[in-house]
Design a protein around this ligand. Structure first.
Ligand code: ARG
Length: 259
């Protein structure tokens, strides 16, 4: 009797436990496949990563999201959401993942119980000024200046570390900061350098301060809820495949005009 019970216990331990763990480990992938749709949250006001074009989301991140949905065999819903609150929205289950030009930070992982994919893009904070304005060449030149940032971005964090800045104005969306820069209500805008470069090319009235980077280099990643970390296996494979096939370089050329 006792022997039989021990055998049952052993079978349970050896067979059932890994099975249960196995399903737990595939929690995100299974849930998304069952739903038949990948819900990606994004602040779609951040060209060339994501913006609205003819009523539809377009941009670098949107193409990456399409590939992830394809790899999962589901359709893509690329959902606009406010940047401020985007991580809380993911944590609350409004989305399966976020693609929004997001910098990987420890603080975000801890505060919102997230895990990030491997980096899919290199970035860093740059400075935009009006064309013809030569007052700002290096970081110290921001002293006494009014600087615009998108709220709760790494751009805001970087600007806050610069000594002597007169005022930091926080905007819900980056394009609003550019408007104030052009209207002379700001002396500079701090945001992701590659984004400023692309935006400046489009706009023509402002320009990045060439070679000026504020703070540390940054890496962009794709966050998911910690309990659905299994989704990152799919995400990381998609990014690796895009890089290996040469598609990634084409996409970078297409959206950022560089390789
Ligand atoms: N890379 C910066 C950050 O993670 C800015 C991202 C802003 N993205 C956006 N879609 N508005 O803080």
């Amino acid at each position: 009797m006792r022997g039989a019970r021990q055998v049952v216990a052993a079978v349970l331990a050896v067979v059932l436990v890994p099975l249960l763990l196995g399903t737990a480990e595939a929690a995100g992938i299974e849930r998304v496949k069952k739903a038949g749709v990948l819900r990606v949250g994004s602040d779609i006001t951040y060209p060339p990563f994501e913006f609205m074009e003819a009523g539809k989301p377009a941009g670098f991140d949107v193409e990456v999201a399409q590939e992830i949905a394809k790899a999962l065999g589901v359709k893509l819903e690329y959902v606009n959401t406010a940047w401020d609150g985007i991580f809380a929205a993911l944590k609350a289950g409004k989305f399966d993942m976020l693609l929004s030009g997001i910098t990987i930070t420890e603080e975000r992982m801890k505060s919102f119980d997230l895990v990030f994919s491997e980096p899919y893009f290199e970035s860093g904070q740059g400075v935009a000024v009006r064309v013809g304005d030569r007052r700002i060449r290096r970081q110290a030149d921001l002293a006494g200046k009014v600087v615009g940032v998108q709220i709760n971005t790494t751009g805001q964090a970087a600007a806050e570390k610069v000594k002597g800045v007169k005022e930091i104005k926080k905007y819900e969306q980056l394009p609003e900061a550019y408007l104030d820069l052009k209207a002379r209500r700001l002396d500079a805008v701090v945001a992701d350098y590659p984004v400023i470069v692309a935006n400046a090319k489009e706009d023509g009235k402002f320009t990045p301060v060439r070679g000026l980077q504020i703070g540390e280099p940054e890496r962009l990643g794709i966050p998911v809820r910690r309990e659905e970390a299994d989704l990152l296996a799919v995400v990381n494979k998609v990014v690796r495949d895009l890089k290996q096939s040469g598609r990634y370089a084409q996409m970078k050329q297409k959206w950022f005009g560089e390789k």
